[in-house]
Ligand binder design. Structure first.
Ligand SMILES: *Cc1c(COP(=O)(O)O)cnc(C)c1O
Length: 386
């Protein structure tokens, strides 16, 4: 089997395991590894297995379907699914021992109903909004939510298993909202303590806080992007002992020589300045390569870093290698760990004015994922021949 298929996403599961180990050593407390959105594009089940191998005590996902998929794969560690709406099948989640988040009294009621329906005591993490204004109960609603949760716990409908919040600005260390959110979180914790929920585990720290803000560690940290080896502040992840787990690469499908002044790709947004060799790369925006990588996306090819020439199309784009030799079948690396000259996902994020989170979680389409792991069982779970 050739080492590289037409276009592939190579995921280094040992990197994920090692990153979790490094993050846990840094925080010196339990760690919930976030594997939402198909493991940030790295594959839900293989990423989760590697995270657990690295020491993850718990897994975090957004939707219940993700949690159920982890259970179907035989993963037994505690799982929190926090983005649940009304009318969802909560009994399935409770039967599979998936912990749920609540930020409203109606959600608590639905959880209590489901708990009674299936005879399982729901594990519930109460979420307080301390300033992101996204998920979580507003502080003005928090006392009522806490009182309702304590009452439901007293009658055995649920157990409050966590109190938590999420930062708006953790990737900007020192931003004034960070201290303000912690102050509000501590106030929320004191309110919960008044209702007998003082000993409940508390968790706040995403990757940025896990890397920069020990004051936010509380009883557990909750990193996502750093598990995959990327630095949410946009710096070098090696500074924290992390290494990127994802490499995106594709084999050149066509090479040709064109004269100076040749317009390249739709709309001729690029024109060759001199007689040039063009290489065709068979991935495009349908595979999650953003169209606004046009004329800016960096790619490693034929021993040097190049820039995409002209528009990214649905299925392909072009690289101008000038007079350098390049063969069909040669591998172009879009992003990887950055240790062999290739661009990183952060380099792409900088060039495209986005964040690496978006790039890694959206790349895919027809690309094939290939996993690397020192643990054969992880490769088997990923459907790869060991
Ligand atoms: C995604 C997410 C995380 C992880 O964030 P990272 O920046 O990837 O570490 C933690 N908590 C919540 C609520 C999230 O939505």
């Amino acid at each position: 089997m050739p080492d590289t298929r037409r276009a592939e996403i190579v995921v280094d599961l040992d990197a994920i395991a090692d990153n979790v180990t490094a993050l846990k050593a840094r925080a010196r407390r339990p760690l919930m590894a976030i594997v939402k959105a198909d493991g940030y594009g790295h594959g839900l089940v293989p990423s989760a297995l590697a995270a657990v191998r690295g020491g993850a005590d718990m897994l975090g996902v957004t939707v219940i379907e993700e949690a159920l998929a982890l259970r179907r794969a035989g993963i037994a560690v505690p799982i929190l699914a926090w983005l649940t709406g009304t009318g969802e099948n909560l009994t399935e989640a409770l039967t599979d021992e998936v912990s749920l988040s609540a930020a409203s009294i109606w959600m608590l009621d639905e959880i209590a109903d489901a708990s009674q329906a299936c005879g399982r005591v729901a594990q519930v993490h109460l979420k307080v909004d301390t300033g992101l204004s996204r998920g979580g109960a507003h502080l003005s609603e928090w006392p009522d939510l806490v009182a309702a949760a304590a009452a439901a716990q007293d009658v055995g409908h649920l157990q409050v298993a966590g109190i938590w919040t999420h930062f708006a600005y953790a990737d900007t260390p020192g931003h004034p909202t960070i201290a303000a959110q912690l102050t509000d979180f501590d106030a929320a914790v004191r309110i919960a303590a008044r209702d007998g929920l003082g000993d409940v585990p508390k968790h706040v720290a995403n990757s940025a806080a896990t890397l920069t803000l020990p004051d936010a560690y509380y009883d557990m940290v909750r990193p996502g992007i750093a598990v995959y080896g990327l630095d949410p502040m946009g710096g070098d992840p090696a500074a924290y002992g992390l290494r990127p787990a994802m490499t995106v690469q594709a084999a050149v499908t066509l090479v040709k020589r064109v004269p100076a002044g040749s317009g390249v790709s739709y709309g001729h947004e690029y024109t060759t300045a001199q007689p040039s060799t063009l290489a065709l790369i068979p991935v495009g925006y349908a595979d999650g390569i953003p169209r606004n990588a046009t004329n800016v996306g960096p790619v490693w090819l034929a021993g040097a870093r190049r820039t995409i020439a002209g528009r990214v199309c649905m299925d392909q784009f072009v690289i101008d290698v000038g007079d350098d030799p390049v063969r069909a079948g040669e591998v172009a690396v879009l992003w990887g760990p950055g240790t062999a000259g290739e661009p990183t996902a952060q380099d792409w994020a900088t060039a495209l004015d986005t964040i690496h989170y978006e790039l890694v979680s959206r790349v895919g389409g027809r690309m094939v994922r290939r996993y690397l792991s020192s643990v054969p069982a992880e490769l088997a779970a990923a459907g790869m021949p060991a």
